[in-house]
Design a protein around this ligand. Structure first.
Ligand SMILES: Nc1ncnc2c1ncn2[C@@H]1O[C@H](COP(=O)(O)OP(=O)(O)OP(=O)(O)O)[C@@H](O)[C@H]1O
Length: 491
């Protein structure tokens, strides 16, 4: 083993070798070491599902490998990230200054209040500034004033290319419109796959709006739900609603996460009140409005009635420009950090599709460079970003695999799933299998219906909506479905 690497890196490397690259990326790529004491290794992952899976399958193995690599046996504790305040020290070397802003939306006071937080600085290197800051500033009372903004996400730092120029122009137009002027594109609805710049543009709009004198609130859908639930608990729901309905621009991110009937209705009322009152609404999600199947039909059609723009996959030229711009920023903070042009070109060619992967790749080079003192070369980069290299053949899930995994899990036969039997022991697994077929494959509803014993597409739609709704309210089922997803992906 390389003596320059830390025990943690060696543990990760050994896990990767033991279970293979693909599984490692699925299960462990987002596991972080948060703290280390004489007795305890404190690890964290972003979801409860990952936590329970790793806990069940790998915790003892991690403890063993750690003991072998470091010479000392420690207990391994695994936590879900958003619930822990993370120590700053471990990644201090690759952290750069971040300012999160929480715009106050008091009428007449458009200037945002700057809130500096060391935790935000630490989490930035993992691209988690938003979630982390939200968790840290979590007092329910100020939720209506918005989720914190990340100071890096502005129009100036957004790199424009073919795939995002329309979205950029629309966002800019919304942000530049004068305070009090009638909105031109309303609502503006941006959609894209993960990491292609939706949040970046939304936050740029929110920031520009606040600076330009508009009362602007940026909320993730999760924050909206949290705020509403918290307001209900403290009997301040009316104040919460009023606060939202008197602003000029409401910016809602990750709308696909809005779940639950009451919350949906509340969102629907807020949306209608704002649009009818001539206020600007900007929304981002990972799919078209019509595909937000858990949302009420009226909300979907209102969302579809404004301007709907997709941010396409980042093309190679654009990836290179984003890398150059990020690199430029990094060199301002770390003057000794030098990345030759061929390395940037290599990253643009081979690293994953999303802007987050590009950030991650540069952060990795910086970390390697700073921790080992090794200059950045093509060879070093190939080694450092191995786990971010784009797979050439993305995993396809087949309906057959889904049927097999679900049948085994619920102890029913494949024939039962395809049959017309309507007993509860078969109906729910069948609906879950249909839901998985819709979410994991590209098959249309009619196609799925045909694969499930010649059923009508409305039956499939009903099943998908039902399970989707249950996932929002039934945590156990939600986790069970995550397990099934993983199993189907690994089949
Ligand atoms: N065109 C771009 N110019 C500069 N940075 C970009 C661009 N596109 C994406 N990024 C960067 O990539 C990272 C991920 O982008 P962002 O968070 O906006 O993605 P997203 O579409 O909201 O993804 P998700 O659906 O996962 O929330 C951010 O650091 C963002 O600044």
């Amino acid at each position: 083993m390389d003596s320059a690497t830390t025990p943690w890196e060696r543990v990760r490397q050994r896990l990767r070798e033991e279970i293979g690259e693909e599984k490692f990326t699925s299960w462990f790529a987002r596991m972080d070491l948060d703290a280390l004491t004489a007795d305890v290794i404190q690890l964290s992952v972003p979801t409860r599902f990952l936590k329970s899976w790793i806990q069940e399958n790998y915790l003892p193995r991690i403890a063993d490998i750690w003991a072998e690599e470091s010479g000392a046996r420690r207990r391994v504790d695994l936590a879900v990230r958003s619930a822990v305040a993370r120590p700053v020290a471990l990644k201090a070397a690759i952290v750069r200054e971040v300012v999160t802003e929480r715009p106050e939306v008091r009428p007449g006071d458009a200037r945002p209040q700057l809130v500096r937080s060391s935790e935000a600085r630490a989490s930035e290197s993992r691209g988690e500034t938003r979630e982390m800051s939200a968790a840290l500033s979590g007092a329910a009372g100020d939720v209506a004033s918005g989720s914190p903004l990340d100071a890096r996400l502005t129009f100036e730092t957004f790199v424009v290319g073919k795939s995002n120029s329309l979205a950029f122009a629309a966002a800019k137009q919304v942000a530049d419109s004068a305070s009090g002027a009638a909105p031109v594109f309303n609502p503006l609805y941006l959609h894209a796959a993960v990491g292609l710049g939706k949040t970046h543009l939304l936050q740029a709009i929110a920031r520009a709006g606040a600076v330009g004198g508009r009362r602007t609130t940026y909320l993730t859908a999760e924050r909206f739900m949290y705020g509403f639930v918290a307001a209900l608990k403290t009997h301040s729901a009316i104040a919460f609603k009023d606060a939202l309905r008197t602003i000029d621009t409401l910016v809602i991110d990750d709308l696909q996460f809005l779940k639950g009937n009451n919350l949906q209705q509340e969102f629907c009322h807020t949306l209608n009140a704002l649009l009818d009152g001539g206020r600007q609404v900007v929304v981002a999600a990972d799919c078209l409005p019509g595909e937000l199947e858990h949302l009420d039909e009226r909300v979907r059609s209102r969302l579809a009635g404004g301007l709907v723009v997709e941010l396409g996959a980042l093309e190679e030229d654009l990836r290179l420009e984003i890398l150059k711009s990020r690199y430029q920023t990094l060199t301002e903070q770390h003057p000794g950090f030098a990345v030759p042009a061929p390395v940037l070109e290599f990253l643009a060619r081979s690293v994953g599709q999303s802007g987050r992967d590009l950030d991650g790749a540069l952060n990795k080079l910086l970390a390697f460079n700073q921790l080992t003192g090794e200059p950045v070369t093509l060879e070093m980069a190939e080694n450092a970003v191995k786990d971010l290299i784009r797979p050439t053949d993305p995993k396809r899930v087949r309906v057959d695999d889904i049927l097999r995994v679900v049948a085994k899990h619920y102890n029913v036969s494949r024939a039962d799933l395809l049959s017309q039997r309507r007993t509860a022991t078969v109906v729910k697994p069948r609906q879950i299998a249909m839901y998985l077929a819709k979410t994991l494959t590209l098959r249309s509803l009619p196609e799925i219906g045909r694969r499930f014993g010649g059923r009508d597409h409305t039956t499939v739609l009903h099943a998908v909506r039902k399970i989707d709704g249950l996932i929002g309210t039934d945590r156990v089922l939600a986790e069970e479905i995550e397990v099934l997803k993983r199993l189907a992906l690994e089949a």
